[in-house]
Design a protein around this ligand. Sequence first.
Ligand SMILES: Cc1cc2nc3c(=O)[nH]c(=O)nc-3n(C[C@H](O)[C@H](O)[C@H](O)COP(=O)(O)OP(=O)(O)OC[C@H]3O[C@@H](n4cnc5c(N)ncnc54)[C@H](O)[C@@H]3O)c2cc1C
Length: 383
Amino acid sequence: MANSWRHERWDSLRLLTPNWQSQVPGLRYEGPDPDGYMSVEEVAGFIDRFAAASRAPVRTGVEVTSVRRAGDGGYQVVTSGGEFSCRAVVIASGACNRPTVPALASAVPGPVEQFTTFDYRSPGSLPEGGVLVVGASATGVQLAAEIQRSGRPVTLSVGEHTRLPRTYRGHDVLWWMDAAGVWDQRYDELEDLDRARRLPSPQLVGTPERMTLDLNALTDAGVQLVGRWAAVRDGRALFSGGLRNVFSLADLKANRLLDTFDEWALTSGRDGEFGAPTRMEPTRVPATSRLQLDLGSGEIRSVVWATGYRPDYGWLDVPVVDAKGHLEHDGGVVTGSPGLYALGLPVLRRRKSTFIYGIEDDARDVIGYLSKHLDGLRAVSVD
Ligand SMILES: Cc1cc2nc3c(=O)[nH]c(=O)nc-3n(C[C@H](O)[C@H](O)[C@H](O)COP(=O)(O)OP(=O)(O)OC[C@H]3O[C@@H](n4cnc5c(N)ncnc54)[C@H](O)[C@@H]3O)c2cc1C
């Protein structure tokens, strides 16, 4: 139960979503700190409580090793706990089963140790000395901050990213996204669904002080920013230039989102409830940013890949996964394989689909399709 939260997260991680947003059908946070952020153990406990309250017939500690189509139109599921014949299957195996590491990792010279977010637990997991953190989304900025605090000088390689303030006009930024209806935007109403599904996670951290952890905060902490890691040549890491453009794009998008919140406050007649609108200070571009780093010089002792996650469908013996490893589906109804459904993937049916509190609405919709499918099968067998 709660396997990914117990075994695949680093020690200091707290949810990005405030406690009031941790809600699943029949269970919501009712503790003393609705605006706080759960630790990894608290999330695991929350999921345990949900399992107990829902009394769903969950078999824990069982691995699914194969799902294939059966001759009767259903599915044959092979698990470490036996075989099952099913009329329908819901794939809820998660969007983050494996860390994504770019191919250039194989060219990093041997003495530099490499870590993914699945091996990393705390700065003590790393050798002493300089650390190159790759990726400046939620994971990368959080790890860069805590590794820098541990006394290991951090260089952070920054590509496209999503900048957000932790709070805005007195409320958590995720409260604003909820109130302004951003989380509820449906997959079939978005202009560019592919892009929405690939958006980097926001630069956010859950701390008691509700601090904003953006690139300016990291620069103030002494982290050195470099561009996207483009190649390794002759033992040197080569980084893209153009940080100014990358930063201004992220600033522009962040301020556009704040515009959306302000518009919502005005149109909903609630503007007077909040403090005055503000805008974020532009991301400061370093006076000089290095375009290369000699990985053999000893300056960098380890690399931490915070370059995202991907699902793992190695066990799915149905041809519904595209060349990039993504499940082909329309709002959770798997394409070309009746009776196969999915939940918990990015923008599956709404922007909030991969969040704990996003699952309820999606599950209701997907279960609707699933029951229609089962009704259809029943009607056929009665005929
Ligand atoms: C670093 C990080 C931070 C996050 N922060 C937040 C946050 O602040 N707020 C929030 O709401 N969400 C957050 N999320 C997203 C969060 O993971 C989801 O909200 C939630 O865990 C999704 O639940 P899930 O059941 O869909 O997937 P998961 O939690 O990934 O669970 C999938 C389960 O399926 C199991 N599984 C996979 N393959 C098989 C197989 N073949 N056989 C048997 N079991 C299998 C896995 O072991 C796992 O237990 C975060 C995710 C990550 C990676």
